[in-house]
Ligand binder design. Sequence first.
Ligand code: NAD
Length: 480
Amino acid sequence: MIEEKMLINGKWVEGEAKDKLEVINPAKGEVFAKVPKSHSADVKKAISAAEEAFESWSKLSPFKRGEYLRKASEIVFERIDEIAKLMTQEEGKPLKEAAGEVRKGANILRYYAEEGERIYGKIIANEEENTESRVIYQPIGVAGAISPWNYPIELLAWKVGGALAAGCTVIAKLPSETPLSPLAFVKCLVDAGVPKGVVNAITGSGSELGPVLFDSKKVKKIAFTGSTETGREVLRGCVDTFKKVSVELGGSLPMVVCKDCNLDMAVKGAVRRSFRNMGQICIAVNRIYVDEDIYEEFLQKFSEETSNLTIGDGLKEDCNLGPMCTLKGLETAKKHIEDAVSKGARTAFGGKKPSGDKYNKGYFFQPTILRDVNHDMLVMQEETFGPVIGVMPFKGADEAIKLANDSPYGLAAIVFTESLSLAKKLSLEIDAGNVAINNVDAGVINAPYGGWKESGFGHEHGPEGLHEYLRIKHVRVHYL
Ligand code: NAD
């Protein structure tokens, strides 16, 4: 049994509460690790430590802060294999994907080390002689970072990288399902010499610890990634203290496949973005709309390609898909299939647990394609956050846009077409913060990433992600 501690004010501690959070390996359905279930007193200690550390961290030159981040990035690179093993055990994604995520975490720290050196202000001419307006950016203060389990390092790295580069200090509330790999990631920052209190990492219940961060006047910013439902609670919680908040929330990603597209490319993209990490990605495809003229051909090729995906315990074998991370997620996926089938949908592929003894104990499920779906079905309306996709025909671009926009979410969309004018029309008229055309990766680290509608507001990635941790000051100077 692995037992880990949390980080407060530079020390690895058990915390005030004696209870532990149990971490489950979803490939086996068994507890394999424990971390402290911290108490509000622990959060308060972390807040005080972060407030004290802000004094000196915020005054360091961005180049010096960048040195710490670059060093931490190098250490993460050195520890990719050991951290990836922890991630596969707690989250379920195959080892090579976990290693890819750890590598991304290292790259994010390096990116923000450099972006921190490019915080530029402005000088604005004034009407009055010898007078000018200077616009400068200053770190906002102590930041609370709350992230989910599906990308335990990447989503934390966006926040910690941006905050530290901007000169803020952080209290990271780690995901309860997957606290081990982010703790190992935070250890790299400590081993890089980041001063005590600059980063604190606490484990425990979000609904108990979150409000301690929200209620504290010392915490000036909350960066939250998680479900839309929890995002609402976060927003309500931050009203009284007027905190700056960014909320990156749930999605129901539409993919539009036009008849003039490169079909093989669209099919490969659909398989990757629908089932990777068992569909547990905020920008996983949920709904696919295919031009009616190529609907049957698309379905046939999509099912064929999906049947080649291998499923297993990613720690022991080289496979494409692992188990789902949580039993609750598995139940939602099954509920969405049952709902759709009861309303007339048919299963084009999958729909059940894979057969074989090795799948008995874990949260395994087949990638599932539902055809003949409509918008009365949960799979086309709610975020499944699992390996279940609804595929529906459309006639004409206007209908595709109407269907794509018939959702409370607006995180991202994918379009496959070879027509320049269709690509333009769809990218402008689909209500989403990110649109990928002829590719399925709507997020890259140096371009802004954020949602529209009930997928939230604020940005991560890029200079915009850094500016979430800065505030603007206007200094008007009259030169004597
Ligand atoms: P969740 O909302 O249940 O939990 C997210 C985090 O918030 C966890 O650390 C949790 O402990 C904490 N939390 C829970 N209740 C809280 C409260 N009342 N106050 C403060 N913190 C609280 O989400 P989840 O199930 O862990 O993650 C899946 C969701 O995250 C999906 O909806 C997915 O789309 C979304 N997500 C969004 C993005 C994005 O960039 N938009 C990225 C990844 C995941």
